[in-house]
Design a protein around this ligand. Sequence first.
Ligand code: ZN
Length: 129
Amino acid sequence: MSGPVRPVVSRDNAYFFEGTRARELRIQKCKACGVLRHPPGPACPECGAFDRGFVLAQGEGTVFSYLVHHAPKVPGKELPLVIALVDLDEGVRMVAEVTGPVEIGDRLRVGWNVIDDELTLPIWTKVDR
Ligand code: ZN
């Protein structure tokens, strides 16, 4: 049995996966100008500074767009797989795996899919209002 596709953890995004292991959704923040950004990178797109930290997201957002993946098979995943672009309330956009069908504008809340001791991934669920 093959496991899920594992993210490539680099110096630039290690903080994110250390966060998910602690069940925190972290957003990279420029220490020079304060802008939040995702996906993470070495330099600030606004001011070019390399000094960076992170803030914790509240873990809720709104579906900007989504796709439903039916084929081909994805290792470790049940199909169909719902992948959304979610606009976090903090103002950054993330790629999000969602547990069920969604529509544009739906509210999502993050949860945690513990793969093993090393890896926990965010998994998003629709918030019913
Ligand atoms: Zn900056």
